[in-house]
Design a protein around this ligand. Sequence first.
Ligand code: GDP
Length: 597
Amino acid sequence: MINLPKLRQPIVVVLGHVDHGKTTLLDKIRGTAMVKKEPGEMTQEVGASFVPTSVISKIAEPLKNIIPIKLEIPGLLFIDTPGHELFSNLRRRGGSVADIAILVVDIMEGFQKQTYESIEILKEKKVPFLVAANKIDRIPGWKPNENEPFLFSLQKQSPVVQKKLDELIYNLVIQLASENFNADRFDRIRDFTKYVAIVPVSGKTGEGIPELLAILAGLTQRYMQGKLKFVEGPAKGVVLEVKEDPGIGHTIDVIIYDGILHKNDTIVVGGLNGIIVTKVRGILLPAPLQDMRLAKTGYRSVDEVPAAAGVKISAPNLEEALAGSPLYVAENESKIDEYKKLIEEELSKIRFAKDVKGIVVKADSLGVLESIVTALEKRGIPVRLADIGPITKRDIVEAELAGKEEEEYGIIAAFRVKPIGNLDTSKVKIIYNDIIYQLIDEVEKYINDVRERKKRRTYDSLILPGKIKILPGFVFRRSDPAIVGVEVEGGVIKPKFPLIKDDGRKVGEILQIQDNKKSLDKATKGMEVAISIKGNVMVGRQINEGDVLYTDVPKEDLEILVNNYKDTITDDMKEVIQEIIKIKRVEDPLYGLGIKL
Ligand code: GDP
């Protein structure tokens, strides 16, 4: 029998920018727990580490006058892998399985890109957080005091160092304010529901860890009583990873956040090709070091486990289970159907095919897929197909179709997945990246590049407004082709532009533009150049010295120019446009209608 606690342990995640010390901090917390735990007390779970209340109490003992808390929670459960990716998979209807997050910020560097991204996803999932202002030992002049509470160590620092620390904390306060959070150093906060606590720590020296643990425990048990109430019912959880373990077969690593999981329970869980219903064969936890030799697999088996816990479940038919999927224990047949429907409905929002112009996204887990699609859509990038698993023929076909509709959407965004077998992928662009935000950045860049290219290409193909005057005395050749000297009076001329006279009559097409025998690809206002005119044009017949000619701008070209490339229209070109509109209106009353310059 196990003693059932009234409250379960809060689930804690660690997020923050790369290199700001997430792993180091977690290692320090785990290491401290290992040293301070009672003999026989277990701290290692699967994918998570448990810090029991006895350990927190011992570590926070020196602070009891400053942070007086009587701990009722059994401890804290830290998710072992920090960062966005795993956090995404801790999904739960409308939120997260995580109860609280530690946002790690290098105090010397302040907020960086992934710090803001972390805040973004914490807001989205409604997970409260505190800030660990890490690496305080790097403040110039800081004298380290291993594993001491921050407040004690601070008193031993020089006034200069204390002032510097305050400045750095203030920077964080400002940066949090820009994200609409009130924040302050933890010891200056009266109402923790209104302020985000900043706890200065060092993952290297362990300074501040006592406060970090005390505040995490205090805050969660004080403000999350409802959420943490232990319910003795069937287990609910989320699949973190699907693995193949030597000697065990396919297993799932699961975080149980509610109820009790028993051996032989019937579980319902999302699968690649439909919902999986199976029976728990074994509940596995890491074997303590001394037992490793006995337990060949490195795991020991238990009969039941209460929430919250990180466990490995072995059961038949798990090879297609989906990471990020909800897991429910069903007590009877009707519950099986209910949960099946629930999971199906939830998964269909994440894995979908829509008849829209958009890209294809493939990922290895549900949570990550969901994060990627949400982030893409936030940036205005539509998704037509979102799915789990390796890249298949169908994905290639979809991306190809998408690319035909809109060139920039002919891509597959791939997160930790590869094409199957020897699939021909040459017709579509596949963007691979194993970091969510880099993948999204790359997709966005690719789409923008293609659009830019398309825009340039269409601009290059437009016939632009131009006005020239044939200079008297500069007729170099009368016909076949006619070659005359002209001055550009406004706008621009290029080879291949057709010309009209001021009465609208067509007079051939520019063949070449030359200046001092050098060919030009265009001429603009004020330039005097020689042009050859192709077509049935003879000086003295269709055109004369002193004539003014215009480029023959098609109606659509004028619209595209004004709508898409307005910033390229110069003042002199504006005048030319107005004159051309007047000329062309005689033939086409709709020419240039509705155009605003
Ligand atoms: P992560 O990418 O956020 O997990 O960062 P790591 O934990 O890998 O740390 C990045 C680097 O910062 C490593 O070289 C760590 O040794 C160093 N580091 C982490 N925490 C501290 C700290 O509190 N003080 C100092 N001086 N270095 C730290």
